[in-house]
Design a protein around this ligand. Sequence first.
Ligand code: SF4
Ligand code: SF4
Length: 442
Amino acid sequence: MSAQSVNATTAGKVRAMPADLQGDLSNQARVERAMQSFAMDYGAMTALRLESCIHCGMCADACHFYIATEDPQYTPILKVEPFKQAYKRESGPFALFFKLFGLKQRVSAAELENWQHLLFDSCNMCGRCSIICPMGIDVAALIEQARRAMFDAGLAPAELYAKARHQQQTGQPESSSEPYLEMLKAIGREFHVEIPMDKSKADVMLCVPRTDIEHYPKAVAALARVMQHLGVECTFRSEGLVAENYGYYAGGRDWQRRISLRLIEQALACHAKVLVVPECGHAYTALRWEAAELYGKPLPFRVLHVTEYLAEQLEAGRLKLHKAGNGEVTFHDPCQLARKGGVMNAPRQLMQALGLDLHELENSKAFSFCCGGGGGVLDIKRAAPLRYRTMESKLREVDDTGAGTFLTSCSDCRATFDDAKAHFNWDKSTHSLLEMVADNLG
Ligand code: SF4
Ligand code: SF4
């Protein structure tokens, strides 16, 4: 499959899509807010990214939304087209010329509403387009910047907005039958493992994905059990429990900062040397790569994904594992860990120590395709039909390995695959690598 070259004409073929709106801004105010917000983030890097595109269309061939549909509107760089046009008109090197001759029209509110589907429903922020681009343009970073502009204009998808708002106010992204703290304690009782809580001093601070608390409690118990096995001074903190950051998904920079600060402050309060991010890819990106900028200075502790932490313990001889006896397995590399974080060897070290026979997916490590649910897409209900289309080739890749066990190290990926299992009547379940480690402690 080969993508056509991309240009403004292709961009003009974007279809009208229903959009969610927040607030009661006028159309003009919405457009101004979006453009001001995008412009606020302009720097040399944004300008370079927007100016360097040679319209080759290669990023389309990297994106599973385009591959699954062959619809030009899903070409990654076109997802930021209104912002690119605004940049050229207002700040680019030929801005004066464009304005003088009226060559670039102002972006309309209707266009921005149509773009909500392209920036949120049909982008996992997976970064595969960024590593393919021959000009080195970080397309996913531009999309992230455009999401912030949409949020500031009151144009975020309702589900992401609601969860981000709830989380920045309460610490958890939605109400639950019981507060997460109580659910965590109940998991300890159910799985007979101590849940270390609110210690005033600990070497390691732990947090949990709400996906695990709600759907995969065994994974939460696995984290506590492995840490107990290692004999590490560690603690959860009741004021900073949740790993996810819905502010990051929704594009709400201020909310993202507040949510990150909650965890940072708790890590400081217990003098942690390491903040271990559980099996949650986007929490890793938000804390490992984005939190220091929002905090305003370097974090005085390390941020490690649990597989990185465990691989270090394995190398140091502190983590002892039995052979798991699962035989042939295959593994999905979560985008935020492998492609954005470079966490590729750590899970493989653990699988090797477990004696697993790893059959790699056709596209693995940095080139792995997203599960389809990343970037908050799993939460956006109207995005489901398109998401399922993108997932078909991924499920085929898993089947083609012939492996009997399918593993990953991100609970949102796991939830996305389990949702697909129900939708397609797929015969595979998705397992947690962390749980497998906890089940085979030496
Ligand atoms: S691959 Fe890079 S240069 Fe080519 S169209 Fe996409 S963003 Fe532009
Ligand atoms: S970040 Fe991923 S999903 Fe989004 S446009 Fe790029 S390749 Fe497609």
